[in-house]
Design a protein around this ligand. Structure first.
Ligand code: HDL
Ligand code: ZN
Length: 418
C-alpha cells in the first residue's frame, strides 16, 4: 500500500540533514566551551528557572553548590518529585532515549558513569549523525573573555561548526564598549563621529575575516527603536549595515528580550517583551540592499513579523526562539508562516547550549514540521494539487536550511524539483 502523505513527509523530513542556524555550541577545538553530558543537560538555564519554582533549597544555596549537586537538585525537583512534562524536561528524556538510555531505569550515578565512558570526538559524531545535522552555527563573541583567547591562539576548524559574529555589547552598551575597543587597538571615541564609525567597521571586518562569520547577530530589548536619536541607531546605520553590505553579510536581529528581569536567576533570569516592529519595518524599507534575519521572542510579535516579511523580500523570519520553542507555539507560528509565506522562511533553530540537546530539539521540531507540512499538503491536494515526493524534498530542503543558505548568499530562490 502506497505511503500515506504524513508518512512520505515524515520520511523526507527525517532523512534531510538540517543546518542548525543558531546555537551556543562551539567547535570541539575550543575545548571546555563545548558543553555536553547529563549534568550540563540538567543545569540548562531553562531547567534552572523551572526548578527554582519548586526546589526545596534557596537559590543562594543552589548557586553555592557544585554543578553535580545542582544537577542532583534539578533532577530531584523536576523528574522525581514532579513529572517532567515541560518542553525542556521532556527534552532531557528524549535526549537520553535517543542515546539508548532509559531514564526511568537509570539513576544519575549510572547516567554519569555512561557519559564518563564516552570519547568526546566519537560522542560529537554520534550526536550529529543521530540528529542528522549538516552544520551547526555557533554564536561567537569577541567580547567574551573566555572565548576570545581560543581565537587568539588559533585552532584548526571543524567544518561542521560555522561561525556567526555576535555583537550585543557593541550595540547595547556603546559607551563602555568604546573604552574596551580602544584597548583592542581601535581608535574610537565615545562620540560616534566618522572616524569612530570607521574604526567600528574595521573591528567588524577584522572579526568577520578572523572567524569566517556567516552573519552578524544582535539581540535587542523591546524598547529598540529605529530610526532614533540613540547610539544603537547610529551604530546600526553608520557601521553595521555598511559593513554587512561591504561583506555580503546578513544582519540577524533577535527582538524582544528583557535581560536580567530577575538577576538572582543569573543566565535563567531573562524575560520577554513585545518589540516595536515599526523599527524593523523602517530598517527593511530604508535599506533594501541589506538582508535581515529576524526572530521575535514574544508570541504577540509573530503575526506582524510574518506580514512584514510579505512586504520585504530582504526580511527572512527564522526560528521559534526560546520561550516560543514549545509544541503549542511552534505549531501556531509555523502554520501562520506557511499560510502567509509559503516556504520562504526558516522554521527552526535549536539554540542548543549543550551538544546533546540537538537530539531532542531536532526530534521534537522535525515531528512538528512534519505534522504542519502534511496538513498543508493535504489541504492543497484536496484543492486539486497533489505534491510529488521530489517536490516535498525540494520544500523540506528549503525549510531545513537551503533557503537560509541562499538568503545569506543574496541569490534569488528558484528551486526546480526535476
Ligand atoms: O540571546 C540569545 O541568543 C538567546 O538564545 C539566549 O542565549 C538565551 O539564553 C537562550 O539560550 N535561549 O534559548
Ligand atoms: Zn541564542
Amino acid at each position: 500500500m502506497a505511503d500515506s502523505l504524513p508518512a512520505r513527509v515524515s520520511r523526507i523530513v527525517q532523512a534531510t540533514p538540517v543546518h542548525d542556524i543558531h546555537t551556543h555550541l562551539y567547535d570541539p577545538a575550543q575545548g571546555e566551551l563545548l558543553l555536553w553530558g547529563i549534568d550540563e543537560l540538567l543545569v540548562y538555564h531553562y531547567l534552572v528557572s523551572e526548578a527554582s519554582r519548586q526546589m526545596e533549597i534557596s537559590l543562594e544555596h543552589f548557586w553555592s553548590a557544585t554543578r553535580q549537586e545542582q544537577a542532583d537538585w534539578v533532577w530531584k525537583t523536576l523528574f522525581i518529585d514532579h513529572s517532567p512534562v515541560s518542553e525542556a524536561c521532556r527534552g532531557v528524556v528524549t535526549t537520553l532515549n535517543q542515546l539508548g538510555l532509559d531514564p526511568r531505569n537509570n539513576d544519575l550515578p549510572r547516567l554519569r558513569t555512561w557519559y564518563a565512558a564516552q570519547k568526546p570526538d566519537r560522542f560529537i559524531d554520534l550526536v550529529m549523525e543521530k540528529a542528522n545535522l549538516a552544520s551547526i552555527c555557533m554564536t561567537n563573541s569577541p567580547f567574551d573573555p573566555v572565548e576570545r583567547p581560543t581565537w587568539d591562539r588559533g585552532f584548526t576548524r571543524d567544518p561542521r561548526f560555522v561561525a556567526a559574529l555576535r555583537i550585543d555589547p557593541l550595540l547595547v552598551a556603546w559607551p563602555e564598549t568604546s573604552d574596551w575597543l580602544r584597548t583592542q587597538g581601535y581608535a574610537v571615541t565615545r562620540d560616534l563621529n566618522p572616524q569612530t564609525l570607521g574604526e567600528v567597521r574595521r573591528f567588524l571586518a577584522d572579526w568577520t575575516a578572523r572567524i569566517d562569520s556567516r552573519y552578524c547577530m544582535v539581540s535587542l530589548p523591546p524598547s529598540f527603536a529605529w530610526p532614533a536619536d540613540s547610539d544603537i541607531a547610529r551604530l546600526i546605520e553608520g557601521a553595521v549595515l555598511p559593513h554587512c553590505r561591504d561583506h555580503g553579510q546578513a544582519f540577524a536581529l533577535m527582538m524582544g528580550v528583557k535581560r536580567a528581569v530577575n538577576p538572582r536567576l543569573r543566565m535563567a533570569g531573562d524575560g520577554v517583551g513585545c518589540a516595536d516592529l515599526g523599527a524593523l519595518q523602517a530598517l527593511c524599507a530604508a535599506h533594501p540592499e541589506n538582508r535581515f534575519l529576524v526572530t521575535c521572542l514574544a508570541r504577540e510579535n509573530q503575526h506582524e513579523l510574518v506580514v512584514l516579511a510579505r512586504k520585504f523580500p530582504n526580511l527572512h523570519p527564522f526560528g521559534c526562539w526560546w520561550f516560543t520553542n514549545t509544541p503549542q507555539l511552534i505549531r501556531e507560528i509555523t502554520t501562520m508562516r506557511l499560510e502567509l509565506l509559503g516556504t520562504s522562511f526558516t522554521p527552526q533553530h535549536s539554540d542548543a547550549r549543550v551538544l546533546d540537546q540537538v537530539l531532542y530539539k531536532w526530534q521534537h521540531s522535525r515531528a512538528l514540521l512534519t505534522e504542519v507540512l502534511s496538513e498543508k499538503y493535504a489541504a492543497v491536494a484536496a484543492a486539486g494539487w497533489a505534491v510529488t515526493d521530489a517536490e516535498i524534498q525540494r520544500d523540506v530542503s528549503e525549510l531545513l536550511g537551503g533557503g537560509f543558505q541562499r538568503f545569506l548568499s543574496g541569490a534569488r530562490v528558484s528551486a526546480d524539483p526535476r
